[in-house]
Design a protein around this ligand. Structure first.
Ligand SMILES: [Zn+2]
Length: 180
């Protein structure tokens, strides 16, 4: 087990090596970017996509899925952004959905009761969530964003990370959401 003493030691190294006092990072992501990814320890979005500190907001949940809870979190974050307009970067907002191969979602497929609760849908509709196929599931989730988000200059993409090769594939290229 990695214990707290070890984490505190690593934090001291972080303060010495990486932390920059006075760095003008704002609460708003400097890259106008949000990444939604899986909790899987192999798939840290910051590492696999080389995201710099302060560049993106990240939401991680089981599978990196767009669930009603994810949408609620996004709505809350949009209010935080609106409350801090000064530090907001200009240009389009970039939402990246990052799914991956060998996802634990596949192991959850038999647990239809848990999945139905997670997605807040009847169990009969779970087939539409593509829980065993990351290439299908990013398409499903991009589709949900396109239905739920109404904002100009908002791009959504769907990526799949291959845990064997370390490579990402852009399954859904950056796509604008409808504004009406
Ligand atoms: Zn996963």
């Amino acid at each position: 087990m990695t214990d707290i003493d070890e984490l505190v030691r690593r934090n001291a190294d972080f303060v010495l090596d990486e932390f920059l006092t006075g760095l003008s990072l704002t609460i708003n992501p400097t890259g106008n970017m949000m990444v939604i990814g899986c909790v899987d320890p192999r798939v840290d979005p910051g590492r696999v996509l080389g995201i710099k500190r302060g560049e993106a907001a990240m939401i991680r949940n089981v599978g990196g899925r767009i669930t009603p809870a994810t949408l609620r979190t996004m709505r809350m974050l949009s209010k935080v952004g609106a409350a801090n307009p000064d530090g907001k970067a200009s240009g389009p907002w970039n939402l990246v959905i990052l799914h991956h191969t060998d996802c634990g979602m596949t192991d959850l497929a038999p647990h239809t009761d848990l999945l139905a609760e997670y997605f807040e849908i009847p169990e009969q509709e779970l087939a539409g969530k593509s829980v065993s196929d990351p290439y299908g599931s990013v398409r499903v989730d991009v589709g949900i964003i396109q239905e739920e988000i109404r904002s100009p200059d908002f791009l959504v993409s769907g990526l799949v990370y291959d845990v064997e090769s370390g490579l990402v594939e852009v399954v859904v290229p950056p796509t604008q959401v409808p504004t009406t």
